[in-house]
Design a protein around this ligand. Structure first.
Ligand code: FDA
Length: 393
């Protein structure tokens, strides 16, 4: 039996962060992961440049059944605190847009930084370790694993969400939560592209595949002004990923392809100013020529503007300014950046991340029912929740 103060399951963003912060407090920490490498999602993140935090992180950037839960941890370990760590390691970074901070070089700069901190603080990292069972025993926890039995006083679950199983995601964290009497909110894929079944719409998106444009996407009272990307499978790009977290099967999406302008007013004005111009030519001024041509092939008939009456202009304006569609679904956990739902935060301390059902058991990171918007918020939640637990384990 290998005894230690703290065992953390999951050597991802939250697990690594918690491990060295607890070890710095003099705790003996063992970090277990079933994968052959730590931090695989960190390496894949931000298109290989890890969008590691967001300058404008605030509780409103997170979805949860218990929206107040994230406030305390986010306030006690902020984006500035993480930037200080990044600065200490000399990792070069830049702001891309909207407060999103990325590495100048590679995501591995962030992983190497976390591993270096674990190394100097004496964290015992064990990879390729399967967890077979967990039991509460003598005021602590006893684990059976493929590397033998372990015992610890504090057990931290940092196994993340269900997104991208090929990167090591499993439902272990949710299982452990249920085993110790926790409620787990139903999970679904978030920050994920939409799929379509309507053959005509699918064909249009396929032909436009690779085209990206500014839009305003709305669903269930939420809206995001960002880029939309047409793909062979359907609709992607930041606007679609963001709104996907608010979408449930069967819900209608509304997309304004002319954000910032009143589509009908604009068409009427163009009709007065350029009565002889063809609709296709006019649309090519705001979209690509190819897109304008395809919209006129699939949605509208292209004629000189003077030939449209008001109801016809209204129809065109409706399509462009408030395109309504019901996606068939999403690409699911195969490509989702996050998992919505998870361990019910009403049964976890917002100060320490400790279970209110089983003392000495902690949940941090994405396994909890806290999911961020796109833009570095999910990592900031991993850092902040991990730091909170690390002060208490
Ligand atoms: P994380 O998933 O990082 O770690 C969980 C660890 O637990 C893994 O190492 C896994 O192997 C291990 N584990 C799971 N099951 C286990 C088991 N049964 N036994 C042992 N170990 C087990 N966010 C952001 O803010 N900015 C970004 O740029 C991106 N980009 C991005 C790209 C892609 C492709 C994805 C999939 C996700 C992102 N994200 C992101 C989201 C971000 O990666 C995610 O929210 C955090 O990694 C969550 O950190 P955790 O530590 O909670 O889980």
């Amino acid at each position: 039996m290998q005894g230690t103060d703290v065992i953390i399951i999951g050597a991802g963003a939250a697990g690594l962060m918690c491990a060295f912060n607890a070890a710095r407090r003099g705790r003996r920490v063992t970090l277990l992961d079933h994968a052959n490498k730590p931090g695989k999602k960190i390496l894949m993140s931000g298109g290989g440049r890890c969008n590691f935090t967001n300058l404008y992180t605030e509780p409103g950037n997170f979805l949860s059944h218990n929206p107040h839960f994230c406030k305390s941890a986010l306030a006690r370990y902020t984006q500035r605190d993480f930037l200080e760590l990044v600065g200490k390691h000399g990792v070069p970074w830049h702001e891309k847009k909207l407060g999103q901070l990325f590495c100048d070089n590679k995501s591995s700069d962030i992983l190497d930084m976390l591993l270096a901190e674990c190394d100097v603080s004496g964290v015992d990292l064990r990879l390729e370790t399967r967890i077979d069972s967990i039991e509460a025993e003598n005021g602590g926890y006893r684990l059976r694993t493929s590397a033998g039995p372990f015992a610890c006083g504090s057990l931290v679950i940092a196994t993340g969400g269900l997104s991208i199983p090929t990167l090591g995601a499993t439902g272990l964290g949710h299982q452990v939560a249920r085993q110790f009497g926790h409620n787990v909110w139903p999970t679904r894929a978030g920050l994920v592209p939409f799929t379509l079944t309507d053959p005509q719409l699918k064909a249009l998106c396929g032909e436009l595949s690779g085209t990206s444009l500014d839009c305003l996407a709305q669903c269930n009272g939420q809206s995001f002004r960002e880029n939309l990307l047409f793909t062979h499978r359907g609709l992607s790009g930041p606007a679609m990923l963001q709104i996907s977290s608010y979408w449930n099967p069967g819900d209608t999406l509304e997309i304004d392809l002319l954000p910032g302008r009143d589509a009908l007013q604009w068409l009427q004005q163009q009709q007065v100013e350029h009565p002889a111009i063809e609709l296709k030519t006019l649309l090519a001024e705001v979209f690509t020529r190819k897109m304008a041509g395809l919209l006129c092939e699939y949605w509208f008939e292209s004629r000189p503007l003077k030939q449209y009456n008001l109801p016809q202009l209204r129809d065109i304006a409706q399509r462009l300014g408030a395109w309504r569609l019901i996606p068939a679904g999403t690409e699911g956990y195969r490509t989702a950046e996050v998992t919505l739902g998870g361990v019910d935060t009403r049964e976890v301390s917002s100060k320490t991340m400790e279970s209110q059902k089983s003392p000495g058991l902690y949940f941090i990171g994405e396994v909890l029912d806290v999911s961020g918007h796109l833009g570095g918020f999910n990592f900031q939640w991993a850092w902040a929740s991990a730091h909170a637990a690390a002060q208490h384990v």
